[in-house]
Design a protein around this ligand. Structure first.
Ligand code: ATR
Length: 271
């Protein structure tokens, strides 16, 4: 039976086995999906062993996405742009293909949730790996402006410069942001520490859509903050998780699974 796994550290709480098991059942694919938690310096060894023993593909999560990028023998254009790999696929020809489905997953979820991107004024918070992966897919949707705000302004400027050829992208310090925005996407890891990015409360209004790439049992810190300030549409990253998984599954199996029901079941499971 074809074997797949999610590799990360920590990875015990990953939802990927749940999601891919439902995808496999739905599309009647014979496959097995497990977890792998190598030590921080053991990613490459673990991967070589897995693929040597017949493994077909992996989802790669924190903190191994850059190492997966280095391990892949071929990269998709979107993985090359993202500078990180979240999906590996071993081909019959022995090529280890590295892809990055995170940004596509974000955009697919936004569309699934009927968030208008074309012509929108988008504010992206953070300039780390998650922001980098999101930029090209977001710009492909033709927003009228995309601002990147980051605590460390130089990193936002660097990203804006790198992606400038793909669309109207600019960098700004948090304190210099000028609204109104239609959509704010939080790609920072602030929520992990229960912190908030230093965003001016005046940027949150009733009609805005607020999207946090993080998720949890209730609102993330950021979404809760925005909701309290009157934002009526706040979305967490659970849909993005399911959509990026669907992209990976499609790459592996050549068949696209439906996501709506899987997202519902996952949400119910989160409690
Ligand atoms: P990831 O791969 O998840 O994007 P990362 O590359 O470590 O993780 O990037 C984390 C991002 O969250 C960065 O943009 C970071 O801002 P700095 O570049 O200024 O460090 C941002 N971040 C983390 N904690 C934050 C906080 N408390 N407030 C604002 N931004 C924060």
């Amino acid at each position: 039976m074809d074997r797949y796994l999610v590799v990360g550290n920590p990875v015990r709480h990953s939802k990927s086995p749940f999601i891919h098991t439902l995808f496999a059942r739905q599309t009647q694919q014979e496959m097995e999906y497990g977890l792998c938690e190598p030590p921080l310096d053991g990613f490459t060894d673990a991967m070589r062993l897995f693929f040597a023993r017949g493994g077909k593909g992996c989802n790669v999560t924190v903190p191994f996405k850059e190492q997966a990028f280095a391990l892949a023998t071929e990269l998709t254009p979107r993985a090359r742009r993202a500078g990180a790999v979240n999906t590996l696929k071993l081909g019959d020809d022995g090529v280890l293909l590295g892809d990055n489905t995170d940004g596509a997953g974000l955009v697919a979820d936004l569309k699934q949730q009927s968030v208008e991107l074309q012509g929108a004024r988008i504010l992206l918070l953070g300039a780390g790996g998650a922001a980098r992966g999101a930029l090209a897919p977001l710009l492909a949707e033709r927003p009228s402006a995309l601002w990147i705000a980051n605590r460390t302004l130089a990193k936002a400027e660097q990203l804006a410069g790198e992606f400038a050829e793909l669309g109207p992208v600019s960098a700004a310090a948090y304190a210099a942001l000028e609204g109104p925005f239609d959509l704010i996407i939080n790609s920072t890891s602030a929520s992990l520490a229960g912190e908030l990015p230093p965003l001016d409360t005046a940027l949150i209004h009733k009609q805005i859509t607020v999207y946090d790439m993080m998720y949890g049992t209730g609102d993330t810190a950021f979404n809760g903050w925005a909701r309290q300030l009157g934002a009526e549409r706040v979305i967490d990253g659970l849909g993005m998780l399911v959509e990026q998984a669907a992209e990976a599954f499609t790459l592996w199996r050549g068949i696209r699974p439906g996501t709506r029901q899987v997202l519902r079941e996952l949400r119910r499971n989160l409690g």
